[in-house]
Each structure stands twice: as C-alpha cells, then as structure tokens.
Design a protein around this ligand. Structure first.
Ligand code: NAP
Length: 437
C-alpha cells in the first residue's frame, strides 16, 4: 500500500531552503519507514524563478508568488525560509489561518512578532515550529519546550552567534586584534560584508528573546534585550582575561531574578569574561552552545553548529516531520499562554565587571580612583597596574565584586570626571559563581 503523501510548500530556496530540499530527498525513505508518511516538496517560492537552484524539483514547482503557495489547497504544510519580517509575517499568519502547520527558521520574525504568531497558531490549532531559529542545527528549542516543561529553569546562557565566537576565538588564540579577526572572518565567509547585526549583538538579541519567551512563558521581544556587541573589545582586554584564567565570550543571557514586586526577567547580550573552567569557555570557532540552569536538573549544555545550510536544514526537517505527524493525528504542540513579560530595567542588573583606565602615573591617583568606587558602593575585588609608561600615563585594570548596574554607571561617570583619569576603556562583565560558573 502506498504511504499517504504530505505536500510541502517551501517559501525560499536559498542557503537553507535548498539544503532542506536535498536533505528531505536523501532522508525520504527513512522518514517514510518511521512515520508511514511520504513528504513531497510540491511548490517553492523564490524571487528569481529563472535561476537554477541545484535541487531536483517537480516541473513548474518554482514560483515568485509566495502567497499562491500559502493559499494553494494542494499544499498541506508550509516551511518559511525566506527571512525578514514582511512578507514572511503575513504569509505565516495566512497559512496558520488556513489551518496549515508552519515551520520557520526566521529569528527576526519571531523576535519581533512571536507572541502574535504563537497566538495565531494556538487559535488555529496547528503547529508553528521554529527549532532552527535559535541555534541553527542544535536541537534545543524542543527540549526546552517539551523535556524541560516541568523544570524550574532560572537561567539560560548561550553562545548563539558563530561570527562573534569565531572573531573572539581568533583574538584569543592567534593574538589578532578585532579588525584583523573580523577581516579573517569575512574572508572565510563567517561574517557578512556588513557585519553589524552580528558584531553589535542584534542577531543574538533576537535569539535570546525567543529563548526567554519559551523558558519563562512570557512575551519577550528583541526590544526588551539590553544589547552590547564585541566591537569595543581590545587585544589588551583579551590579554587581561588570559592572564587571569578567563576567555571573552559574547553571551546571550535570559534569567529570572527577584524584583521589588516579584520575579523579573533579565535579558541581555554582552561580552563576558568566562572562567576557562566553565563549559562555555570551551566553545571555539563558529560553534554555538546553550547552557541551561534548572533548579531540579542542574546544569545542561547543548553544543553544535549554530548556522550553515545543512545544520539548519537538519533542524527544519526535524520540525517538519513533527508537524506532519501531528497534522495526521490532529494534534499540535503548544508553548501555552504567554504572560506579559515583567522585564528587569537595564540599570537594575547585578554583575561583577572588569574595567580599565588610562590615568596619570603619580602619587595619590590610585587612592582617588579607589575612593570613587567606594563612594558609589562598588567594591574592588582586584586591581592591577600595567608598568608606568614613559609618558607618565599608566593603565590600571580593576575587577569589581558584583554591583548594581546603576552604581557601576555612576562610578564610571565620576571616574571620567577625575582630572587624573585620561580615559575609561573597556567595561566587561565577569561571570561569577552566582551566575553558575
Ligand atoms: P537566503 O539564502 O537569503 O534565502 C532566502 C530565499 O528566500 C531565497 O531563495 C529568496 O529568493 C527567497 N525570497 C526572499 N524573499 C522572497 C519573496 N518576497 N518572495 C519569494 N521568495 C523570496 O537565506 P537563508 O540563509 O537560507 O535563510 C533563510 C532563513 O533561515 C532566514 O530567516 C534566516 O535567518 C534563517 N536561518 C539561516 C541560517 C543560515 O545559516 N543561513 C541559520 C539559521 C537560521 P532568491 O533566491 O530568488 O533571491
């Protein structure tokens, strides 16, 4: 007896879309034997239908009219791999309203409109699955939303941007400065010609907003995330980190903390000095990892390729198989109702920091600087002065104990006002035991 055929419409046939179509063809027999279903890509939307896609498609499958795929009664399930917010948002909403499950890898779309789209999927009683949107090929979203459903997760820390992890790895291991490491990443295809979204942390911010939404059942968007990228990190910061047993990583963090009126969600992306002994410190090159801390399960780490056509297609295909099996059963996955998010204000975060100053190398300066920290309630854990320069200027590096962000900012302002302080350099968070290091 022939297996029932499920007809798949794919919106986009670029890096991920073409890998998905190839992988689906390679895995068709396995999927058939395990699910009893045959998946067939019947229609594919692109912008330029005249360009060869390097994949086997039925004649006439390519179209530039993506909306016609969504409304086609002969398409059972829609995979959105075109990227961007519009028209992707409208097309996904139309597919869901027509009762078609949707699989997407689109982090920008979910980070901006996730709550609206999840509500639409719930109202339609169909799947909206998005494993590939957070850490590419790493199966992490499904464990978080299913296996860890009963787990009181209190923090998720991720290295979720391969470009910045590659740059920081080259700075750490090859002694490259930021500009050299970025140029190498661009030459090797790990960074775009315009690297802003990666190096300034916006890509990671979109991903951690999605993670926070699932982990804490609250409607968190990319606008809620406090973001700082890696473009200000210098070779001297990396050298300080190495001397003290740290590596610098761009971490995306979502955490539950106590606020004056109850629990608050803190979401941020920023460079962090991670102890060399922490599992996240061993994540090198363009690899990604997500470290989950639960009250019952303890620490978990998910590691793998966060991007690339094939790894991302692997996650999309896993979702697609789930969606079609659910469709046949008349079931769907849900992330449940989302509460409005109570977001911790940026200046209420609490963390230890490393910071550096260029200051006059003369008696009394250290005492004046230390006094500024004390006046603002920021206590110094360690201090190091790098050899006096011939120009009468010294570089002084501090690590603070954990302090409230507002107090740290006030300290920095007051330090800049001191005559003896010529400039304040990098200010980088340090991961401490309180954050699970
Ligand atoms: P891509 O290579 O730029 O491919 C996008 C595809 O969508 C192209 O085939 C393009 O057509 C088509 N398209 C765009 N706008 C369209 C429109 N209005 N109508 C019809 N077709 C349209 O992008 P990608 O790298 O595959 O990424 C796809 C999605 O996966 C994005 O949301 C991205 O964030 C996500 N993602 C990607 C990766 C990765 O490693 N690449 C990893 C994780 C998640 P043309 O080919 O004719 O231009």
């Amino acid at each position: 007896m022939n297996a029932p055929v499920v007809r798949v419409g794919v919106l986009g046939c670029g890096t991920v879309g073409s890998s998905l179509i190839s992988l689906l063809q390679r895995q068709r027999a396995t999927i058939g034997s395990r699910t009893g279903l045959e998946l067939e890509v019947t229609r594919v939307a692109v912008r330029d239908a005249s360009r060869s896609r390097g994949v086997d498609l039925p004649a006439g499958a390519l179209t530039t009219d993506a909306a016609s795929i969504v409304s086609d009664p002969d398409v059972d399930v829609v995979v959105e791999l075109m990227g961007g917010v519009e028209p992707a948002r409208t097309l996904v909403l139309e597919a869901l309203a027509a009762g078609k499950p949707v699989v997407t890898a689109n982090k920008a779309l979910l980070a901006a409109h996730g709550p609206e789209l999840f509500a639409a999927a719930s109202a339609a009683g169909v799947d909206l699955l998005f494993e590939a949107a957070v850490a590419g090929g790493i199966p992490f979203v499904r464990p978080l939303r299913e296996s860890l459903l009963g787990e009181p997760v209190h923090r998720v820390m991720g290295i979720v941007n391969g470009t910045t992890n590659f740059i920081l790895t080259r700075m750490t291991e090859a002694g490259a400065d930021y500009a050299e490491a970025l140029a190498e990443a661009q030459a090797l295809g790990f960074a775009e010609a315009d690297p802003t979204a990666d190096v300034e942390g916006h890509d990671a911010a979109a991903k951690i907003a999605i993670v926070a939404t699932i982990a804490f059942g609250a409607a968190v968007t990319a606008d809620d995330v406090v973001v700082e990228g890696i473009s200000g990190i210098t070779a001297a910061d990396i050298a300080f980190a190495a001397r003290h047993g740290f590596v610098v990583k761009l971490l995306a963090v979502a955490e539950l903390t106590d606020g004056a009126d109850g629990p608050q969600i803190g979401v941020r992306v920023n460079p962090v000095l991670v102890p060399e002994t922490h599992p996240l410190a061993s994540v090198r090159e363009s690899f990604n990892a997500v470290f989950v801390q639960g009250d019952a399960v303890g620490d978990l780490m998910f590691y793998g390729r966060g991007a690339g056509g094939d790894p991302t297609a692997s996650a999309v295909l896993g979702d697609l198989v789930d969606a079609v099996v659910n469709l046949r059963r008349g079931a769907h996955a849900t992330i449940g109702g989302l509460e409005p998010a109570r977001i911790r204000p940026a200046d209420e975060g609490v963390a230890a920091h490393y910071l550096s100053l260029q200051a006059a190398d003369r008696p009394g300066v250290l005492a004046a600087v230390a006094g500024v920290f004390g006046e603002h309630g920021v206590s110094i854990a360690s201090m190091e002065q790098e050899g006096a320069g011939t120009d009468g200027e010294a570089r002084i590096e501090f690590v603070t104990h954990r302090a409230v962000e507002r107090d740290l900012r006030a300290t920095l302002t007051a330090l800049r006002d001191l005559d003896a302080v010529h400039s304040v350099g990098s200010v980088v968070q340090v991961l401490t035991e309180e954050e699970g290091s």
